[in-house]
Design a binder for this molecule. Structure first.
Ligand code: CAA
Length: 380
């Protein structure tokens, strides 16, 4: 067992840290205030290879491992979780899904452009009445021979307006239940495909979250991912890896808030000394540091499982459950350590606290992670 990072992983960590400090930090408060999508930053991340990190270079990806991906996600998320969710969805839901289950033609046509960052993608599973209960899909994709016709609405879709390619999960044969669900590649601009209103969110306000409306959208059969009826398994398998990315995002939010609180506690004076000299503050920092390190070990273990070819449903769910809890608790404490300054935007920790909440909700709520974990340990 080796707890040290390789030279290559350290280089990726440094590159992501530099990018976060130099490119994401400037303007992050304004983007959050104005709900402004980080278009320039996403373009640069594409050029640096952050949008197709694990994709084979033959499809214009960076050919890195999952460890590299979570290390980069942690660093980007320390500063700007709105940008890191774009990285996470594009990498672990869209690119991974297409590379693992797509046809050669789909990879040539879509994956290359997604992995190189020329365009970004969205993953469309959630519906007004099918969030956690994901098998209850109301959106239909009716088989018309050489094409499908999609009707319905998807909700809370990350990259909803900025994506060019959408992986849409929909019900083809209701009698077959989840075995009658398909995953289809939909392009922006296909007739009948409309982008709904943008959500006004508590956190990750720079990311672009929309509902999507499908009115008789004709999608060619060659845009189906996998065999007929594979759509639900496709979503579940893809989300298992997505959860590792969100766990790394939660870890980064926690670590970012902790680093700010640590620095502040050594500068801010109260009762004649730096506040870090007061045990009330020092003990908070001790708890935060311990929890973050434990979360990091869970995230690394899940990434390692994926890289080894082990099953990572359980380790990914545990990493997401714990890291998101740590993100929430740690950011609340970081605000507390900052006192009045923590409540104002200039100090960044209030934004990190707002951003932390979504990590307990998207890509499977904490309660869903407990379903996955408990089913796994009871089955084994
Ligand atoms: N890998 C492969 N197959 C899986 C699987 C996995 N990880 N998990 C479940 N399945 C299979 C099951 O084996 C079963 O197939 P069989 O009948 O052939 O055995 C089938 O899927 C149905 O599974 P369940 O019976 O377990 O289904 P369920 O109704 O009890 O629900 C659930 C399972 C885990 C709760 C699932 O519904 C779920 O994960 N819900 C949460 C959905 C979610 O994460 N949404 C996030 C939206 S995407 C997002 O947030 C992206 C973004 O933009 C940031």
């Amino acid at each position: 067992m080796d707890f040290s990072l390789s030279e290559e992983h350290l280089m990726i960590q440094e590159a992501a840290r530099d990018f976060a400090q130099n490119e994401l930090l400037p303007g992050v408060i304004e983007r959050d205030d104005n709900q402004q999508f980080p278009a320039e930053q996403v373009k640069k991340m594409g050029e640096l290879g952050f949008l197709g990190m694990m994709v084979d270079p033959k499809y214009l990806g960076s050919g890195m491992d999952t460890m590299s991906y979570v290390i980069a996600m942690e660093e980007l998320s320390k500063v700007d979780a709105s940008s890191s969710v774009i990285v996470s969805v594009n990498n672990s839901l869209v690119c991974y899904g297409l590379e693992t289950y797509g046809t050669e033609e789909q990879k040539e046509k879509y994956l290359k452009r997604l992995a190189s960052g020329e365009i970004i993608g969205a993953f469309c599973l959630s519906e007004p009445e099918a969030g956690s209960d994901a098998t209850s899909q109301k959106t239909t994709a009716i088989d018309k021979g050489n094409h499908y016709v999609i009707n319905g609405t998807k909700n809370w879709i990350t990259n909803g307006n900025t994506a060019s390619v959408y992986l849409v999960i929909a019900q083809t044969d209701r009698e077959k239940g989840h075995k009658g669900i398909n995953a289809l590649i939909v392009e922006k601009g296909m007739p009948g495909f409309e982008i709904g209103p943008k959500e006004n969110k508590l956190g990750i306000r720079g990311s672009d979250t929309h509902s999507l409306i499908f009115n008789d959208v004709k999608v060619p059969k060659e845009n189906r991912i996998g065999e007929d009826g594979f759509g639900f398994k496709f979503a579940m398998k893809t989300l298992s890896g997505g959860r590792i990315g969100i766990a790394a995002q939660a870890l980064g939010i926690a670590a970012g808030a902790y680093e700010l609180a640590l620095k502040y506690s050594k500068e801010r004076k109260a009762f004649g000394t730096e506040i870090s000299n007061h045990q009330a503050i020092a003990f908070k920092l001790a708890d935060m540091h311990t929890q973050i390190q434990a979360a990091r070990h869970l995230v690394y273990k899940a990434a390692w499982d994926k890289d080894q070819g082990n099953n990572y449903d359980l380790s990914g769910a545990m990493a997401k459950l714990y890291a998101s809890q740590v993100a929430m608790e740690t950011t609340v404490e970081a605000v507390q350590i900052h006192g009045g300054n923590g409540f104002v935007k200039d100090y960044h920790v209030e934004r990190l606290m707002r951003d932390a909440k979504i990590t307990q909700i998207y890509e499977g709520t904490s309660e869903i992670q407990k379903i996955v974990i408990s089913r796994s340990i009871l089955r084994d």
